[in-house]
Design a protein around this ligand. Sequence first.
Ligand code: HAM
Length: 416
Amino acid sequence: MTEIIAPKGTKDLYLPEIKKWQFIEEQIRQYFSRFLYQEIRTPIFEYTELFYKGTGSESEVVQKEMYTFKDKANRSITLRPENTPSVVRSVLENNLVQEIVPLRFFYIGPMFRYDKPQKGRYRQFHQFGIEVFGDPSAEVDAEVIFSAFGFLEEINIQNIELHINSVGCRQCRPEFLKKLQESAQQKRDELCEDCQRKITTNPLRIFDCKNTHCIEISNHFPKISDYLCPQCHDHFAGVRSALSILEVPFTSNPRLVRGLDYYTRTVFEITSVRLGAQDALLGGGRYDNLFQELGGKEIPATGFAAGIERLILHLDQVPDSKKKIICIVFQSPSFKHKALKLSTYLWKKGFPVFIDYNAKNMKKQFKKCDRIGADYAFIIAEEEISSQSISIKNLKTTEQIQIKSEALDQWLRENI
Ligand code: HAM
């Protein structure tokens, strides 16, 4: 083992797990193109200010979990802990509102949070997410939720639950927060230390606490659903009725508040019964004020992000999309160039081909074919050269045939 190891909370990805990653990434691209999402790639690091203004200075992520450092010009840089503020920044900075219609983006990439690592929780983890801009309707929220739920079904992730809530807007939330603070103050001594701090800094987060005693107490605190203004109330009713039309099963959960500060109205999470403590597979919601908070005009927005590592934990098997592998086996070193010629022909046609250039004899080459899991061996020997033919051995059945070189194209079309 080397003495230098990967940093805590990160991991290397390689076979066989990398197959699952490739499968998921391919499915994301295919699936979300149905809803007209375009890919966007933003930098992995941004100026720290973006997350203070975007994710929210009072959120746990910004307060405790960011990888922040000064660059050589003394600017404060942060490895992105999430991608929503970056996508909004990019749309504003590049004036994409004018250029891309519809304004719908998806992304896949690494995020960084200084979290306590455990199963399903890492310091470098990967998200895929979608963001829809410019549509205030309840129906588009339901469509986003439908696409999230449908994607998990598409990749065969089962035993999932969808929780939704509305966290209101700038108009109705302050009144609710006041009432919540009052109730929490009255029970202050019974709450955990963390919740006591949240009463003044971020009372909504009290609902995130996992302490069973705090949960029992906060169950009796005011619920945001009782304080929604008529517009937020109607919007939430619209989301629920559209979800019913879309046949997405959901639970309305008044405790669901999400960990990031920008949400307005609809919030949602899909959890898994299999994940235990880190049960959130994905989460998202509406954030109608973020464009303004980052210096733009008001543009309604909604979206979600999923943790790819957590999806991987749920994928037992992925369909084997492996192309058939051909090994070219040559009788003696003098046939090496013939083997190269044949492989060039096959590579250009798109077939995976392997040649063991250094093997001493054919037996060794066949052994190598087995080890790399090849499906066919194309054999070039004295007999094949003189009769302008090629022998093809099916390495799974051991059946062997000899065909004329000019018939190779047809054989490939019919067999691989
Ligand atoms: P989030 O809930 O902070 O939302 O993260 C989304 C998902 O990322 C989580 O549900 C979880 O699956 C995964 N995740 C978060 N932290 C970790 C970690 N340390 N290790 C592994 N997986 C993790 C957002 O990030 C928002 N930007 C979502 C959004 C997009 N809202 C609107 N648009």
